[in-house]
Design a protein around this ligand. Structure first.
Ligand code: F6P
Length: 547
């Protein structure tokens, strides 16, 4: 860190860690009956419990000092004020305008963007409703039963995650599918289940240049035209993009093309028309509830004091783990099967935003930045990688995410689900000492020799940090809140690290090299001279294996 005040604040935290490390988290609870109340924060029916992390009131105090040293509040206001916070692309990052229900103007380059935002939203939600009601039907007059979103990254992960999360809100008889991978098996496996006469394609791409999306869109078009003829394209295709000129060239009717703006980053775009497939599935009212959830969090993030501000706390506790304790990863475990794609969605949001090594001014960073994000739904993860979380040599902080009430009727499942969730966070914190293990084994009648051999394997260090996000029920509004909480958490961390969370130059080199290599892969007669040995060898081996 080459910002002196921030570096000083971080140094204080590093010294403070030595003090905190002298106490076990369980002791912190024993000493402080109010720990749960004081180390949790709420937003309506959502509770963020961070009491099981190894930290004290002094830790929070030092973390807020760090935030102030990094001018977090000023940077947050610049974000909401439409300043060009995405410095390398000279753009604002105003996805919050897409869910702004305040009635107030939001300016980009001196222009209030809200009239355009509201008009475009009204347009794509009206289209969604027309598909749902059957007013817009397929070329043969049949009602649409299947919507296929073709997109990748931010034009796929958000709507795909949300379509699954909110499936209880889906219209009966409507199914949403998501095709993203350039691997032809993705679209082939999807189309196999579909009837062209009842299928609507939405081609979603901010830039409309993305290789995977264009290839999949061409394949979908070919499939449709083969079955129903060229004229069917008009009624079976819609598109979402900021590049309306490029969409027109693909042949999609202008009134079925929905726009958004360059001040909406791809991984922050599910609030825009990129959410069209979701809007068709759950309907305009539920889609607006989802947006309202995002707005709830924006208001909270903008106005709540640092000590009660959930995204600020999430971000700073992440910094405490990443930079002061040196933990390399962060697990996100939803105890909610319908959030199965939430960790994958967060991987792009967090790792594409904060996986950076250069500060805003171009200097190299001097501390670690974004952690490795991974996760799977509980309880499945428990039977896969939780062994490492409990006894592995790395400590991995965990975010547990769980509802108080299921969407399903059977309460017995939910009792077990919830009990598993809190049992895991308790086990990670509590651990089990060698003495405790020996006592248990003795009570089971094992000999001292057997105890000596087995006991070390059954020890849990404990003090493995976790936080829990608890909400009443997974509704569209709750989902909006969850997504926006993580968006702002990522922003908070980017401010501490002084990096730009809104660009993604790290994906460019691979794209460029792929464009150069594709002709060499396609044509076996092209000479491979000039390539490195491995790349040339792999192409040659493929040629050989293909005969
Ligand atoms: O992989 C890089 C990326 O640019 C992401 O940031 C983006 O979400 C994705 O590709 C898709 O881009 P587009 O929406 O322009 O097709």
């Amino acid at each position: 860190m080459n910002r002196p005040q921030a570096a000083a604040a971080l140094a204080v935290l590093e010294a403070h860690r030595v003090e905190v490390a002298k106490k076990r988290t369980m002791d912190l609870f024993a000493e402080d009956p109010r720990r749960f109340q004081d180390f949790s924060a709420g937003l309506d029916d959502l509770l963020y419990d961070y009491s099981k992390n190894r930290l004290t009131r002094a830790t929070l105090h030092h973390l807020f000092d760090l935030a102030r040293a990094c001018q977090l509040e000023k940077r947050r206001d610049a974000l909401f004020g439409g300043e060009k916070v995405n410095v390398t692309e000279k753009r604002a990052a105003l996805h919050m305008a897409l869910r702004n229900f305040s009635g107030h103007a939001i300016h980009v380059d001196g222009k209030d963007v809200m009239p355009d935002v509201l008009a475009e939203r009204a347009k794509f939600l009206a289209f969604a409703e027309a598909i749902r009601s059957g007013r817009f039907a397929g070329a043969t007059g049949e009602r649409f039963t299947d919507v296929v979103n073709i997109g990748i990254g931010g034009s796929d992960l958000g709507p795909a995650m949300a379509a699954r999360a909110l499936s209880p809100y889906a219209a009966p008889g409507l199914r949403a599918h998501f095709v993203s991978n350039v691997d032809g098996s993705d679209i082939a496996d999807t189309l196999k289940q579909l009837d062209p006469a009842r299928t609507l394609f939405i081609v979603s791409s901010k830039t409309f240049t993305t290789q995977e999306t264009l290839k999949n869109a061409q394949s979908a078009r070919h499939w449709l035209v083969t079955a129903l003829g060229e004229a069917a394209v008009a009624s079976h295709f819609a598109a979402v993009s900021t590049r309306l000129d490029k969409v027109a060239a693909f042949g999609i009717l202008p009134d079925r093309v929905f726009g958004f703006w360059d001040w909406v980053g791809g991984r922050y775009s599910m609030w825009s028309a990129i959410g069209l497939s979701l809007a068709v599935l759950i309907g305009p009212n539920h889609f607006e509830d989802f947006l309202r959830g995002g707005f709830d969090v924006d208001e909270h993030f903008r106005t709540a004091p640092l000590a009660e501000n959930i995204p600020v706390l999430m971000g700073l506790i992440g910094v405490w783990h990443r930079n002061v304790w040196g933990f390399p990863a962060q697990a996100v475990i939803p105890y909610d099967q319908r959030l199965a794609r939430f960790p994958a969605y967060l991987q792009q949001l967090d790792m594409e935003s904060n996986g950076k090594g250069v500060q805003l001014n171009g200097d190299a960073v001097t501390q670690a930045t974004g952690p490795i994000i991974f996760g799977e739904p509980g309880t499945n993860g428990q039977h896969a990688f939780f062994q490492l979380l409990h006894q592995g040599t790395e400590t991995t902080p965990v975010d547990f995410i769980v509802a108080a009430e299921p969407n399903e009727a059977d309460p017995e499942h939910h009792v077990l689900l919830f009990a598993n969730c809190i049992a895991q966070s308790e086990a990670l914190m509590r651990g089990r000492s060698l003495e405790e293990v020996q006592e248990i084994l003795r009570a089971q009648g094992l000999s001292e020799a057997e105890i000596g051999a087995l006991a070390p394997h059954k020890v849990f260090s404990g003090d493995r940090p976790s936080s829990t996000l608890l909400y009443r029920k997974l509704t569209p509004r709750t989902l909006g809140r969850l997504v926006a909480l993580y968006e702002h958490k990522v922003f908070v961390q980017s401010v501490i690290w002084n990096i730009n969370p809104f660009d993604q130059w790290g994906v460019e080199l691979g794209k460029e090299l792929c464009n150069r290599l594709a002709p060499l892969v396609a044509d076996a007669s092209v000479d491979l001279a000039g390539l490195d040995g491995s790349t040339a060898g792999l192409i040659a081996a493929r040629r050989f294996l293909q005969g």
